[in-house]
Write a protein that binds this ligand. Structure first.
Ligand code: SF4
Length: 91
């Protein structure tokens, strides 16, 4: 694993653990908790969106990503670009 990928992976896991919202009950239902390689959330949007597709807490995840202004990776089934368009449309 490259240094950049390792850093991203650590950041992703740290957000999962550190976020006060994810510390709530819904995080236990996150489909990505069972994903062996979280790098897909940064490197392979199509694969990440497929992980999110059946996730039961997509709405909670998306709301957190928007509130926490997470600008990279796939969250809540949306790519960073899709979330940016959503934020822009909300203004
Ligand atoms: S929507 Fe995707 S990123 Fe969010 S918790 Fe579910 S699987 Fe993880």
């Amino acid at each position: 694993m490259t240094a950049v990928k390792e850093r991203r992976s650590q950041q992703y896991r740290m957000r999962q653990v550190a976020s006060p919202i994810r510390a709530s009950a819904w995080q236990a239902q996150a489909a990505c908790l069972d994903t062996p390689d979280v790098d897909v959330f940064f490197d392979d949007e199509e694969a990440a969106v497929q992980v999110c597709e059946p996730c039961q807490v997509k709405d909670e995840c998306l709301l957190e990503a928007l509130a926490a202004r997470v600008f990279d990776g796939v969250r809540g089934g949306l790519t960073a670009e899709e979330r940016a368009r959503l934020r822009a449309g909300a203004r």
